[in-house]
Design a protein around this ligand. Structure first.
Ligand code: SF4
Ligand code: SF4
Length: 280
């Protein structure tokens, strides 16, 4: 299990621990302020990625000191984990309401409102505390047709939307807002700051508790799955005419399964493979 499971899971996976979504955590003023600041200024995110580029140009020994400090800070504030759809289904099994939000990462990187994020709440009903906090920020960047910037969707509708997002090659991730409070699920691709930061050796999300593996007997060698993987984990053997997955690169998102017409890819528990068990 990952570091957050040990710290915040009390024997469960941390994102399946209902207390981490509890409304009383939202009454904390620091957390509310953090959420407001987080959503009100997409430009700041862009600036942070610029700073990361500068960080990567520093001498290696300086990076070795600075990066762990920054990553630990990120873990205390806003950190995520990649989740396959089966784990999202479990979360939606106990969450009481969901609001669909514009993605702040894409607003920063693409300059347009795209609704790929979902605020989660244990509070029943459409007017959740998370929704109230975000509505209160008066974010000028919310320019879409639903100018309130928020839509309430049922957990079932949200799940169907997430399945559609998978077809567009997006991976699912769950996020804290001042850890351990969990406030949302995102659907990430390379337009996301989180993916870009992680790709620049500044991880802001853990890998999933799972790994993908190819059933060699079932694999036809079509190579379709290779198009799905954002992490370069899938390779193709010309000699065997089969795909294979490097467990040390795999994030366990599971989206490669969507493109496999032979049902040749399955997820297994990360802990089942010693070499990748502690690879987060
Ligand atoms: S191989 Fe790539 S796409 Fe498939 S689960 Fe692993 S990281 Fe995700
Ligand atoms: S998509 Fe499926 S059948 Fe095609 S190469 Fe990948 S694992 Fe094999």
């Amino acid at each position: 299990m990952c570091e957050f499971c040990h710290q915040h899971g009390e024997g469960k996976k941390w994102y399946l621990q209902a207390e981490n979504y509890a409304q009383d955590l939202l009454s904390d003023l620091n957390r509310r302020t953090y959420i407001q600041h987080f959503f009100e200024n997409p430009e700041r995110l862009k600036k942070n990625i610029g700073l990361l580029d500068s960080l990567n140009k520093l001498p290696v020994f300086v990076q070795a000191v600075v990066k762990p400090l920054l990553i630990n800070r990120q873990k205390r504030k806003h950190y995520g984990q990649v989740l396959p759809i089966e784990e999202i289904e479990k979360i939606f099994g106990f969450i009481n309401s969901v609001v669909r939000l514009p993605c702040i990462c894409r607003q920063a990187s693409m300059g347009s409102e795209q609704r790929y994020c979902y605020g989660l709440s244990m509070e029943p009903g459409p007017d959740t505390e998370m929704g109230r906090i975000i509505r209160s920020i008066g974010a000028d960047y919310l320019t879409g047709p639903e100018t309130s910037g928020l839509e309430t969707v049922s957990p079932e509708e949200a799940l169907n939307q997430l399945r559609e997002h998978e077809k567009k090659n997006m991976i699912h991730s769950v996020w804290t807002f001042v850890t351990p409070f969990i406030g949302g699920i995102c659907n990430c691709d390379l337009n996301c700051m989180a993916m870009r930061a992680t790709g620049k050796a500044y991880p802001v999300m853990f890998r999933a508790e799972f790994l993908a593996a190819v059933d060699i007997e079932a694999c036809s060698g079509c190579q379709a799955c290779m198009r799905a993987c954002h992490f370069g984990a899938i390779s193709y053997s010309i000699r065997d005419e089969k795909a294979s997955i490097d467990p040390l690169k795999c994030y366990g998102c599971g989206i490669c399964r969507v493109l496999c017409r032979k049902d040749a890819i399955a997820l297994v528990e990360r802990s089942s493979l010693a070499e990748a068990a502690n690879q987060w």
